[in-house]
Design a protein. Sequence first.
Length: 246
Amino acid sequence: MIIPRSDSKDSSISESSVEESDSPPSYHSISPGPLSPSSLKPCNFVSVSRRAHSIKGSFKIDPSLRIPAAFLPALADGETEKERQNLRLESRSLNVQADIYLLSNQPVDGRQKVTLTLSSNHGSVGCKVHRDEGLEPPVIINATSKNGSVVVHIPRSFQGLITATTRHGSRPKLSEPLTTQTTTFGNDGCISRYYVGDYDADRLENNLGDELIVESNFGSIKIFYDDEEESSYFNDMVQSARRLLW
């Protein structure tokens, strides 16, 4: 699936999959819905790039879906064919928001993991990634914003490394349910590392698990499970404060 690089609002894009908007997105405007909704058609190797518009949409990624070479989008700078992203969403000036449903199918061409990249220079970035209870295929999520906030919801089945970089913002914030499932590796300057799930050194050393790479230069970073609302973080903070007082 290819969505051409264009700034025109008349671009031929299905509103059921991708919407352009000049207003900041709100997660409360997207209903979580069932896993892999039947209204969404599966896709693979999707690339959407915008300069002056937000990106907002829902995607059902089938990593086993083979796309003819003639219909594949151009590779990003420095990217090889083996590194081609299953989903790439980038906006230079505004927000990026996506609901992503991963099908548990074996990736094509011997690929070992599903890769998702969402980025913005000046806007916020937010995504909810849904996956069945199994651990296959593993997923790599890259979510970055140079000047905006980043909010990521990972699937409950996520097991692997989180690397969060905040150069001038506050420390990354993990929801309480996620924190209870997390081993903290500590903070090295602006970089924080965590392991989600039952810690497995061999799995980590052999790069077999999931991975979340999240970065914001000046904004905040918040990480939740995909079935949590963003407001739950603040509720967790209130409950934690009450327990300390009591």
